[in-house]
Every structure is written in C-alpha cells, then in structure tokens.
Ligand binder design. Sequence first.
Ligand code: GLN
Length: 281
Amino acid sequence: MKLKAQKEIFTKSLENEYPVEEVNSFFFMLTEAFFKINRLNLALNPELEIDKSQFEKLESALARLTNHEPIQHIIGETEFFGLIFKVDRNVLVPRPETEELIEWILEDFSELESGRILDIGTGSGCIAIALAKNLPEAQISAIDISEKALEIAKINAEINQAKINFIQEDILKTKALNGNWDIIVSNPPYVRELEKKEMHRNVLEYDPPTALYVKDENPLIFYEKITKLAKTALNPDGKIYFEINQYLAEETEKMMQKYGFNTELRKDLFGNFRMLRGEIN
Ligand code: GLN
C-alpha cells in the first residue's frame, strides 16, 4: 500500500474531528516516530510503499486519534525543552507554557552554582529534569502524590541522565519543608470544575484528573499551601515560581502578597497571565 493513500484515509477519517493542518501534523508525527519517515521524505518519494505491519500500526493509531487520545500517548513520548519525555495516562502531557516558566527561572538563576531546587507536583518530571539539564550543579528534589507518576518521572530522569531526588508525598499534608531552598517551583492543579466546558476531549478524557482539577470554592488550595511552606523554607534570596490559572492571576498574586512576597506576573505565548514569581520582601 502507498503511504500517500494512507494519508488520504487519515484526512478523510479525521476531517470532522480536527483541523486539516493538525491531521497532517499528526500523520507525520506518527510516520516519523514509527518509521523515521518525515514530510520531506514523502514529498521527494510520493510513491513510497508501506508493508502490512506498518499499515496496521497506522490504522491502530488512527482509531486512537478518532477517540481523541493525545498524539503524545499514541507515540508514547513527547518533546519538552528540547528533551524527550515518556508520557502516559498517569502524567500530564507537558505543555509549551511550562517551557516558558523554565526559561524565566534560567534567566534569573543562570549563575546558580550549587543551589537547591524543589519541584512540587512534578508529574512527568519535566520541570525538574529540564532544570537539571540546564543547571547541572544544582541539587534538585521533586515531589508528587502519585506513585505511578513518579515511576514515569524516574524513567524520564534516566532517559535524560538527570539526577533528581524523587519523593512521594501529598503536599497538602506536608507540615514543613526541610529548608534552604533557592528555588521552589510548581505547576499544581489549577483548573476549576466550571472551566471543564472549555476543555478538549484529549485533556478531559486522557490527562490525569489529580494533575488538573481543583474545587470551584477553593481553587488556590495548592498555591496557598506552597506559599505558606515556602515562607520558612526559602533562602533569603530564594524565589517561588508558579504556573497559574489565567483567570485567577490577580487573586493568586494577592494571596502571595498577603504572605509577604513581592510578586511579578508574566504572560505566556498565548497572551494569558500564566506565570507568577514571588520573593520574600
Ligand atoms: N495548563 C493545563 C491545561 O490547560 C493545566 C495544568 C494544571 O492544572 N496545572 O490543561
């Protein structure tokens, strides 16, 4: 069978589910990941044939895409900050907004020699590992409530040869963080139930709910807990970096100020207030 024909099947089967450019991009992400064939290879060799087992692989991926399973789950990995991360249903698929949080930290701490960094709610480990690769002298710990997420995070640390101290813990139950941190960073759950109607099926049905949702009545529960813990656990020049809910930027900022932090908000690539930095006055 010709690969070109399979591409047409993809376009037809998915045209009501995704924009055509996205379908094209899914198709080539799959052919690249499965067979190392990219868009250019097909353009240069339009008569390219695939065998039965390749055909079946693409058919099975197509069925999963029809069910709105994230392309990253189908491929089994994704790229984040130039690194490869294994992902499945147990971890949130790393988002491009979160890369911008890492960039902010690296701008502020490019000189960090032997600092201590704590990532709270590490999930796939993407923040901790990206920081470890860019701040090789830092000592990095990462907490998550989910044992299954930590299993993935450990594999990702291994794939990327990053040394991270992983800890299984429910931060809402933590009494105190053992101190002296230079950076505390977190992308905690921040999506309110009332925001679910804005979300796509690939997120709603496949990302782990524990990583995403908070109650409408108390959406800052993680931010407030982490801010309180950080007050006594940060070094004098230490900083907190949060990924935040764009609709709650002002409230999150005010909450941090109430605990005596100087704050700065930043927008993400989509123009939404997505990042918040706090330092002790
Ligand atoms: N940005 C993620 C989303 O839109 C949410 C991440 C989080 O809750 N920490 O799905």
